[in-house]
Design a protein around this ligand. Structure first.
Ligand SMILES: [Ca+2]
Ligand SMILES: [Ca+2]
Length: 473
């Protein structure tokens, strides 16, 4: 029998290989996940009278004299003299009436507003004039922003962006510097040129003055905290660059001439290091990191790690995040010896916790099927996302290809940032519903994940945009 894993291990492949021993039979009383927004997405009422083509004609009480050109509709065609002069004379040198077609004429007038008002009133009052209205200028509708290829040199190595339809999604929204994503992991290299601009900075802390200015219990915590070494340097090492890879997938800066692009090219990344340079961590440090994120009111926490052991302490921390409305993205796990299993039968935590905010992610291949290593569950795993041969940032000025549910999870976290930025009024449960509902349903995922789908950024932001009208329905 294999040893039970008693450390939390991160979920890129070839990290610690978990045993499949189950703690078994865990039940909780947490509320189940909810659906809410679907009803709103019926998109409008049925039009039961398609034959009615009438439109409402507003009554003009006064004619706007601020135009130089008007349309005059006579009750019948009036015609012009051979010299082009109108048959009707108004005895005003500043006006000119020319034929448009049939009973429609173009009236050009000059003069002060007062003079023009007088002429307009005179014309409109003629018994054979049906109506007069400004010849309103018409403008072209601005084009929808075209999908523009970012200038990041390694963008082409990130195949998953084409699967997610990222370019089209970014033409709708690129994320926001107002949204904070906490990366609870092996640390994040906040000096990386593709991450630095998107790092969260603790503005309530004066750097390097040796004081806990914001009173949160951590001295000089400018970028986050290193809970393994208890210091203010939460960078990942080159030996365990996992957290920097994860951070780059959520939000490596886009269009900055450097490296790669995250799913949300604009976001603020909080570095919370609870796994050390060998990639191992303990539950209590994970909980301290989660509580740090809650206290700083982050939007989401990314958790590309796990254990097969139920922890009441960890579950309670997730409940505190839920109470604060914070989304908790959790990797479904990488199976046993490279073979994914159903976490209904063999739970994997935190993915198997049942709080509403736990959103669990399985990994798909370039060919859009579940990877062999990915865990699954049609009850506990919400969606699938690309998680094979994923290119992103690592410690130093460097980039690497990694595979794992660890990679699929921050891709979905980045998508949540895009959805939130597209419609900031959405509540956290609505955001999760949108991600599930907008996923591309794939036959191979039907019984593997709750939504039956692999996430699609463009579909998600479009649904988020459409949901802006929900309040009106
Ligand atoms: Ca502090
Ligand atoms: Ca970049």
């Amino acid at each position: 029998m294999r040893k039970v894993v008693n450390v939390l291990c991160f979920l890129a492949l070839a990290s610690c290989a978990p045993s499949k021993n189950s703690s078994g039979g865990v039940t909780t009383t947490e509320p189940s996940k909810t659906n809410g927004i679907e009803t709103c997405l019926a998109l409008g009422k049925k039009n039961t009278n398609l034959a009615d083509t009438s439109s409402v004609v507003p009554t003009l009480t006064t004619l706007d004299p601020n135009y130089g050109q008007y349309i005059v509709k006579y009750k019948e065609a009036k015609g012009l003299t051979p010299s082009g002069q109108p048959l009707r004379e108004y005895h005003v040198s500043t006006m000119k009436l020319t034929s448009i077609s049939g009973d429609l004429y173009s009236l050009q007038i000059k003069g002060t507003i007062k003079e023009k008002s007088k002429i307009l009133a005179q014309v409109a009052a003629e018994s054979d004039v049906d109506y007069v209205e400004p010849d309103y200028p018409i403008e072209p509708i601005p084009q929808t922003p075209a999908a523009i290829m970012p200038d990041d040199p390694y963008f082409s190595k990130q195949w998953f962006h084409s699967t997610l339809n990222s370019l089209a999604a970014w033409s709708v929204d690129e994320g926001s510097d107002e949204i904070i994503a906490a990366v609870v992991d092996t640390g994040v290299d906040y000096t990386h040129p593709d991450l630095a601009e998107n790092m969260w900075i603790n503005k309530d802390e004066i750097p390097n003055n040796g004081k806990d200015d914001d009173g949160n219990g951590y001295i000089d915590d400018v970028y986050g905290w290193n809970f393994t070494a208890n210091n203010n340097d939460p960078r990942s090492s080159s030996k365990a660059p996992h957290g920097s890879h994860v951070a780059g997938l959520i939000g490596a800066r886009g269009n900055n001439h450097v490296g790669v692009v995250g799913v949300a090219p604009k976001v603020k990344l909080m570095a919370l290091k609870f796994m050390d340079d060998s990639g191992a961590g303990i539950t209590s440090n994970a909980v301290r990191a989660i509580d740090y994120a809650i206290q700083k009111k982050v939007f989401l926490i990314n958790n590309s790690w796990g254990s097969n052991r139920f922890s009441r302490t960890l579950s309670d921390a997730i409940s505190r995040a839920a109470k604060a409305g914070i989304l908790f993205f959790a990797a479904a796990g990488n199976g046993d010896k490279g073979v994914g299993y159903n976490i209904d039968a063999t739970p994997w935590y935190p993915a198997s916790y049942t709080q509403w905010n736990v959103f669990s992610v399985a990994a798909t291949t370039i060919g859009d099927r579940l990877t062999d290593f990915s865990n699954f569950s049609k009850n506990k795993v919400d969606v699938a996302a690309p998680g094979y041969a994923i290119y992103s940032t690592v410690s130093g000025v460097s980039y690497q290809m990694m595979s794992g549910t660890s990679m699929a999870t921050p891709i979905v976290a980045g998508l949540a940032v895009l959805v939130k930025a597209t419609n900031p009024d959405l509540d956290p449960t609505q955001i999760l519903n949108i991600i599930r509902e907008s996923s591309d349903k794939l036959p191979t995922l039907q019984d593997k994940v709750r939504s039956g789908g692999r996430v699609d950024s463009y579909n998600a932001v479009m649904l988020a945009r459409a949901s802006k009208n929900c309040a009106l329905q």
